[in-house]
Design a protein around this ligand. Structure first.
Ligand SMILES: [Zn+2]
Length: 213
């Protein structure tokens, strides 16, 4: 009996000695900043740090997802290029897309996790300083070639100016997302809003996220 206790005691000590090293999980991600003067991505860089050293802006307060690769899961679906989504929302997103594809919805391209400082205030050089929702893996773009991002677009019409992706033609093109179609309905049912219905001057028809932005 005494020997058993000694053994367990020894084992606990060894475990305790190694535990801090194991729990210090490493975070890594590659990023860039959008420069509004040059109108292009600049300052490409790779960041490596301990998860405990993450700054508040490197984490989405709503979902708890971070910009770290280690928080992302790869999703593989039939006829789609693999993409990554944050582990806290990946299962819902994967199930929903799988059902949509099964029912014949033409989903050809999905883009999820993509890190970049594209929002928020500018620094002295004109670089954006906040991460997009894609940076946390909590946003996805569907068929961007047929669901553009438009500005000057409080209400959709011919005056809207497309700044990314292909033309949105919901009534002529089956690859364009329909306002009351099954893609929008099913994503809303799992708590994601559609960028085609956001307030303000932009309409992002390819985009789904918790806030819609
Ligand atoms: Zn998007």
């Amino acid at each position: 009996m005494a020997i058993t206790f000694i053994r367990i005691g020894f084992l606990s000590c060894v475990l305790l000695l190694y535990m801090p090293a194991v729990s210090a999980q490493q975070c890594s991600y590659s990023t860039w900043s959008w420069n509004v003067h040059a109108k292009k991505a600049v300052q490409y860089r790779t960041v490596k740090k301990d998860f405990r050293e993450l700054a508040p802006f490197e984490r989405d307060p709503v979902s708890g997802c971070s910009v770290c690769e280690q928080d992302q899961l790869e999703i593989r679906l039939p006829n789609l290029k693999p993409f990554k989504i944050c582990k806290h929302v990946a299962a819902n997103v994967e199930n929903n897309l799988r059902n949509l594809i099964k029912t014949g919805e033409p989903i050809k391209t999905v883009i999820g996790y993509r890190v970049g400082l594209t929002r928020g205030p500018l620094d002295a050089q004109g670089n954006r300083t906040q991460f997009s929702n894609h940076s946390f893996g909590v946003a996805l773009d569907i068929n961007p070639e047929h669901n553009g991002l438009y500005t000057n677009c409080f209400q959709f019409g011919p005056h809207c100016k497309k700044i990314r992706g292909g033309d949105w033609q919901p009534y002529n093109n089956p690859l364009s997302i329909k306002p009351h179609g099954s893609v929008v309905k099913s994503f809303k049912a799992i708590g994601l809003k559609w960028g085609g219905e956001i307030q303000g001057r932009q309409k992002d028809f390819m985009h789904f996220s918790i806030t819609g932005y």
